[in-house]
Design a protein around this ligand. Structure first.
Ligand SMILES: *[C@@H]1O[C@H](CO)[C@@H](O)[C@H](O)[C@H]1NC(C)=O
Ligand SMILES: *[C@@H]1O[C@H](CO)[C@@H](O)[C@H](O)[C@H]1NC(C)=O
Length: 418
């Protein structure tokens, strides 16, 4: 399949540089330019309850290029579910590269920024939290404890979390997340084109039972020496060591001049701790020359392990979806890409995020400065106004806390499902 050019207004420069990768197969690419809505289906999930959030087509409050739009969650305390279809494909014998950029303009305190790849037939109008997916990938933030990149793989109808911790970005700028799955069952997770984690599907997820297990029959040999340190047999107790008294008469003590032996009894010198006394004698310890290390049961082949050479294969990939709960809206997605070519993905990231990131940072800092100045200006002088403002602040904070707990509860539900 030739390179699919998703939208006509792709800059010609970008097109030229990307076309140089002739072998790249692009299964899906969405830059959210004009016309994106015809590619995506907004789900009716949670719409009856008035909890389905609307997307805003925008480059956001700060960006490196105001004309380069993405889609942003625009309402607080809402569920978001939207998906797009592409021609069904299998990643057998090729790499699967899944990439997108995400920016949390709202200083996200609890919410996801991940995308899902779905397989088979999905009723896109009903796409929601319960819809089975094949891969879920991207950042997830909730409170102080959850700030990680999710990489969930569905194998044999079970969702498996990655076992390695991959911290995500937490600032209010655009970042590119890339997941690469290779036919040799290795994977890489990149943030902003920098590899943050890599390894094997066999070891970093519990998709299959382990290849090797500890031999359950093995026993620690009776004569196994696992003492790392022993008393030095050469070390001898110095002669007279036990004769050193614990306490000695205080050499500075003097019998008081007005002491009356007849009335006060015989004067005895008070004692003090003997500085020469070092406690009971103990030999120095040395490294045990016969130390054999901690005993470990030998590993044997796991009889329950049956290899699956197609562990990495998702044979019917067909949709990409965003399904989120957001307490505070403002998460902006852009440049969703599914390809078999990691180099193509890298170049796309460089041509978009890479070219815009400095200008975006400047725009963000200016926006922050402006906000600060406005807040200063709005600082109320009249005491009545101040009180009103405080009340308003309180009720807002309260409702946020409530919703925050809901959000966390939902988060827990999501984790329970796994
Ligand atoms: C869409 O985003 C822009 C830029 O942040 C903002 O000015 C506008 O109010 C937003 N529209 C809606 C409907 O949220
Ligand atoms: C797949 O799932 C079934 C049912 O849960 C289970 O019996 C089987 O062992 C699983 N196979 C693998 C390879 O995990």
């Amino acid at each position: 399949m030739a390179l699919r050019v998703p939208h006509p207004n792709l800059s010609s420069l970008l097109l030229l540089s990307l076309l140089t990768i002739a072998s790249a197969k692009v299964f899906f690419e969405e830059r959210f330019n004009a016309g994106w809505e015809s590619q995506w289906v907004k789900s009716d999930w949670k719409r009856d309850e008035n909890l389905a959030g609307e997307w805003n087509s925008t480059s956001g409050q700060w960006s490196g290029d105001a004309n380069d739009k993405g889609i942003q969650t625009s309402e607080d305390y809402r569920f978001y579910a939207i998906s797009a279809e592409y021609p069904e494909f299998s990643n057998k014998d090729k790499s699967l590269v899944f990439q997108f950029s995400v920016k949390h303009e709202q200083k996200l305190d609890c919410g996801g920024g991940y995308l899902k790849l779905l397989s088979g037939d999905v009723d896109q109008k009903k796409f929601g939290g319960e819809t089975p997916y094949s891969i879920m990938f991207g950042p997830d933030i909730c409170g102080h404890s959850t700030k990680k990149v999710h990489a969930i793989l569905t194998y044999n109808d079970t969702n498996h979390l990655i076992k390695k911790d991959v911290p995500c970005e937490t600032d209010q700028l655009t970042h590119v997340y890339t997941f690469i799955l290779r036919p040799d069952a290795t994977y890489s997770i990149l943030i902003d084109n920098v590899e943050k984690q890599t390894g094997s599907l066999y070891s970093d997820w519990d998709l299959l039972p382990p290849k090797k297990i500890k031999d359950p029959e093995a026993k620690k040999p009776e004569d196994w020496d696992d003492k790392e340190f022993i008393p030095d047999p050469e070390d001898k107790k110095p002669e007279g060591y036990d004769d050193i008294p614990k306490e000695i008469p205080d050499p500075n003590a003097k019998k008081p001049e007005d002491w009356d032996d007849e009335e006060d009894g015989e004067w005895t010198t008070p004692t003090i701790a003997n500085p020469e006394y070092n406690g009971p004698w103990e030999a120095k310890t040395i490294k045990n020359p016969k130390y054999q290390g901690k005993w470990k049961a030998p590993l044997i082949d796991n009889p329950d392990f049956k290899d699956d050479p197609e562990l990495y294969v998702f044979p019917k990939l067909k949709y990409v979806g965003i399904e989120l709960w957001q307490v505070k809206s403002g998460t902006l997605f852009d440049n969703v890409l599914i390809t078999d070519d990691a180099e193509y993905a890298k170049q796309l990231a460089e041509e978009t995020w890479g070219k815009q990131k400095d200008a975006e940072k400047t725009a963000f800092e200016e926006a922050e400065k402006k906000k600060e100045e406005e807040e200063k200006k709005e600082d109320p002088v009249d005491s009545d106004t101040e009180e009103d403002a405080d009340d308003a602040d309180d009720s807002e904070a309260d409702s946020k806390t409530d919703a925050g707990e809901d959000g966390e509860a939902k988060e827990e539900d999501a984790h329970d499902e796994l």
